[in-house]
Design a protein around this ligand. Structure first.
Ligand code: NDP
Length: 286
């Protein structure tokens, strides 16, 4: 019988435990708030009464908690011996350093951590195309490949347990700022009577940045910041228009103002006639 433990039953942990049940696994779950297990129990999951019971039920333990403080708060509830021999697929988001520290902490207790950074929201768990960044010992990933693949595809980045967290945080850095840009733009749209549905096709086209990334990445890699296509001084003027339009619409402009401030720093550093990509050097030296 294929079996797994899932600890943490927020929206993500629920989706993961649900995917395992659908795939015919024997699933043991534990959650700080016991009520979160009710629906899964009704579908056949076993609710562990203690963290120790959850850890010792299976070799593969999936952690889906809010952060690594929660990971340690949970694991500290079990006697250390309960961790020996476990493979902990830690799909909790936190910094690369914390992922490395916790991998070492687990290793000292006889457990192996596979760090994971899930790239999709809960409804996409168990659907084709969903991916997770993994890092840590490849042999542990291979041993549990079929169980991990119940959740998502596997993108194994290397043995360093911090790598998956690093790739995840870089992606999320881009995601949050891009999504905040969408929300800000839509606030300006709504302040001017333009609904989200009305603006949707324009928003989708604007947010499709693939063309820019493909154009810029080789230039960034080559250290080529020529302002032959785009100049930072143009960006400053453009952002001033954006911030003024937001204010004139009665909308908070702190987001475009923050971007404008970074662009102005680039100009002050002598990059006014260089490409926007010259900002990378400015950002690397705060
Ligand atoms: P939640 O914020 O719902 O947190 C998950 C669980 O953490 C909750 O069930 C909560 O328990 C538990 N928890 C928090 N603090 C403690 C604590 N001190 N002790 C014990 N348990 C604690 O997150 P999600 O389920 O949405 O996500 C889980 C992880 O997956 C996060 O790291 C998130 O960044 C990552 N992720 C989430 C995505 C999403 O779209 N949701 C997408 C990709 C990654 P309780 O139920 O008792 O409150």
């Amino acid at each position: 019988m294929k079996s797994v433990t899932v600890i943490g039953l927020g929206p993500m942990g629920q989706a993961m435990a649900g995917a395992y049940l659908r795939a015919g696994y024997e699933v043991t779950v534990w959650s700080r708030t016991p009520g979160r297990a009710a629906e899964l129990e009704a579908r056949g999951a076993a609710r562990a009464r203690t963290v120790e019971e959850a850890l010792t039920a299976n070799e593969l333990v999936v952690l889906s908690l809010i952060d690594y403080d929660a990971v340690h708060a949970v694991l500290a509830q079990a006697p250390e011996g309960a961790l020996a021999g476990r493979v902990v697929a830690n799909l909790t988001s936190d910094t690369p350093d914390r992922a490395r520290e916790t991998a070492a902490w687990l290793a000292a207790r006889g457990a192996v951590q596979i760090t994971g950074g899930v790239q999709v929201p809960p409804p996409a768990i168990g659907t084709p195309g969903a991916m997770t960044y993994y890092s840590g010992p490849l042999d542990a990933v291979e041993t549990h490949r079929s169980a991990l693949e119940v959740l998502t595809g596997i993108d194994h980045l290397g043995e360093d347990p911090g790598l998956a967290a690093l790739y995840y945080q870089i992606g999320i850095d881009m995601f949050w700022t891009a999504l905040a840009g969408y929300l800000h733009g839509q606030a300006v749209a709504e302040a001017n009577g333009i609904s989200a549905e009305r603006f949707l096709p324009h928003a989708v086209k604007t947010m499709d940045l693939g063309y820019f990334l493909e154009f810029y990445a080789p230039r960034i890699a080559a250290g080529d910041h020529r302002g032959d296509v785009d100049r930072l001084s143009m960006g400053v003027a453009s952002l001033e228009h954006v911030a003024r339009t937001a204010r004139a619409s009665g909308v908070d402009a702190s987001l475009p103002d923050a971007v404008l401030e970074v662009f102005r720093r680039g100009v002050a550093a002598g990059h006014g006639q260089d490409s926007l990509t010259s900002l990378i050097d400015v950002l690397k030296r705060p």
